[in-house]
Design a protein around this ligand. Structure first.
Ligand code: NAD
Length: 358
């Protein structure tokens, strides 16, 4: 029986709607298992720009640092699209990740048993199921490298983006991935482009060095183009994947598509000492905001990840996963999910999961 401090960042669009249901499920876990989850709510994104003039206010920054874990809904929306870059909601997210040093992004992509028919892959591939954990480096690589743009006398304008990785950056993300593999099926595939890129060759040599410290983990390398194919051909062959920022960005979206709906998938972002951040992978879905149509499952499963990885409560995390599967097996779906026998709204979906937990 523990006491935990959770920082809530509902954000914009469907963010507050899905966080409401996630909190309901968190409280159901609390009453079932005798834990107390004290919650503080903070502003981020467009909501923060509206109220405080900046998307990541200082009060939010200091509030987050005293929490045991952070739960975010989503940020963004058309209202802020024309704001200057430093006031846009997404800037708030980037500032927060940087401020908290969140360099490791964990994106599970698992096909829930009740949703096999919603998987866009061949029936026999879907029937085998899959449960992948993609670990993406989040604060280095080409998205953070030096950018340049200049005119040349003979070739017109030239633009360049530098892809740089240090041993330190590779080693810390690699270690996370090996540790995760140890907790799962002990299989790790590192994805790179070492046949072309020098940064990938350094990536690969650091991973090989690390692999010697984890002899129980079955380790292999895979080129990113091959990984993109294998994810579609045989996703069941993957357990943990580790890769750099841009490859991870692309592969994680591909992996999310084969699970059936963007409304199902949680994620975690972790650093060394700051609290980890848990959030659905989807955005603020302005097209359905305020209509009780959003699927709260990704936010609810983000709570399960939070219990497992930040609060050390794996049994409680599994209880949430089981409750979600039971609700889906009973045929309840939000409108974004195919199949099932009854379409329900955001609040009813949250109610059902909380009820199965109780
Ligand atoms: P989106 O994920 O918000 O929506 C894409 C499509 O998926 C929409 O049709 C939406 O209705 C649907 N969808 C998303 N989540 C759903 C859910 N839980 N249940 C049912 N349907 C769902 O992506 P977008 O439309 O590209 O972006 C909208 C806004 O969200 C933009 O401002 C973008 O910058 C922002 N965004 C924020 C985050 C984040 O907060 N981490 C991530 C991605 C996009």
């Amino acid at each position: 029986m523990g006491e935990y401090q959770i920082a809530l960042l509902p954000g914009d669009g469907i963010g507050p709607e899905v966080i409401r249901e996630a909190v309901r499920v968190l409280e159901a876990v609390g009453s079932r298992c005798g834990h107390t989850f004290t919650q503080g709510t903070y502003l981020v994104g467009g909501a923060a720009t509206d109220a405080c003039g900046v998307p990541y206010p200082p009060e939010t920054a200091s509030g987050l640092k005293s929490a045991d874990a952070i739960l975010l809904g989503a940020v963004g929306g058309p209202k802020w699209d024309d704001f200057p870059v430093h006031l846009r909601p997404e800037k708030g997210l980037l500032q927060m990740r940087q401020d908290l040093g969140l360099y490791a992004n964990l994106r599970p992509a698992a096909l829930r048993p009740a949703l096999q028919s919603a998987c866009p892959l061949r029936a026999e591939t879907a029937a085998r199921g899959f449960d992948i954990m993609l670990v993406r480096e989040l604060t280095g690589g080409i998205y953070f490298g030096k950018r340049d743009r200049f005119q040349t006398p003979d070739r017109g304008e030239v633009a360049s983006d530098l892809l740089e990785y240090s041993e330190l950056e590779i080693e810390r993300i690699g270690r996370r991935a090996f540790e995760l593999a140890m907790l799962r099926r002990k299989n790790l595939i590192s994805v790179d482009k070492a046949n072309v890129l020098e940064s990938s060759r350094l990536w690969r040599s650091v991973m090989h060095r690390l692999s010697r410290a984890y002899p129980e983990v079955q380790y292999s390398d895979m080129y990113v183009d091959n990984a993109a194919m294998q994810l579609i051909r045989d996703p069941a062959a993957f357990d943990v994947i580790v890769t750099e920022n841009m490859f991870g960005d692309i592969l994680s979206d591909e992996a999310s598509m084969i699970t059936g709906s963007i409304g199902l998938l949680p994620s975690a972002s972790m650093g060394e000492t700051a609290p980890a951040l848990y959030e659905p992978i989807h955005g603020s879905a302005p097209d359905i905001a305020g209509q009780d149509k959003a699927n709260p499952v990704a936010a609810i499963l983000s709570v399960a990840m939070m219990l497992q990885y930040s609060l050390g409560l794996p049994n409680e995390a599994q209880a949430i996963e089981r409750a979600v599967d039971r609700v889906l097996e009973a045929g309840y779906r939000t409108a974004d999910m195919a199949g099932g026998s009854e379409i329900v709204g955001t609040a009813k979906m949250g109610d059902m999961v909380a009820a199965y937990l109780a």
